[in-house]
Design a protein around this ligand. Structure first.
Ligand SMILES: [Zn+2]
Length: 149
């Protein structure tokens, strides 16, 4: 337990750029909004959701520190919280990841408490992390760590 607390607060310190992107930043890229909607749709139609609590060793490799949402309800519940709002990139380090699978397509998001950065074909698109989604992620992480003991 003390270890987990350290890890969590460590992550918070890493993401110390709240000041730079915590404020309301209106996106001025209207052309990006259509594709954000498209992407949001694609993610919301995923049938498999994986939560990574530590970075995988390689882009396509897995890690034991992950959790796969098991039931349809869990997947739907989690996906319903995905709302993509474009935001400027920030320079915090991310140690956590989400992976959504729809058929053969995999969409990966590098995340922290305030970023939801979608990585596709080596390109990164920056979105805000919805509060409820982050809360849900942390809830699963807590549960996952507790079950490991
Ligand atoms: Zn971040």
């Amino acid at each position: 337990m003390p270890l987990r607390t350290t890890v969590l607060s460590g992550a918070l310190i890493l993401c110390g750029c709240l000041a730079c992107c915590g404020g309301e930043t209106k996106s001025n890229v209207p052309s990006g909004e259509d594709s954000a909607t498209e992407l949001e749709k694609a993610i919301r139609s995923a049938e498999k959701v994986e939560l990574f609590f530590v970075p995988p060793p390689g882009p396509d490799r897995d890690t034991s520190e992950k959790l796969v949402l098991e039931t349809k309800e869990e997947v739907q519940d989690f996906l319903s919280l995905v709302v993509l709002t474009p935001k400027p990139a920030c320079e915090c380090e991310h140690g956590k990841m989400l992976r959504f699978t729809t058929g053969k397509k995999k969409i990966t998001a590098s995340i922290c408490s305030h970023c939801f950065d979608v990585v596709e074909d080596g390109k990164v698109r920056n979105f805000k992390m919805p509060k409820e989604l982050w809360a849900k992620f942390c809830e699963y992480e807590k549960k996952h760590k507790a079950e490991e003991k």
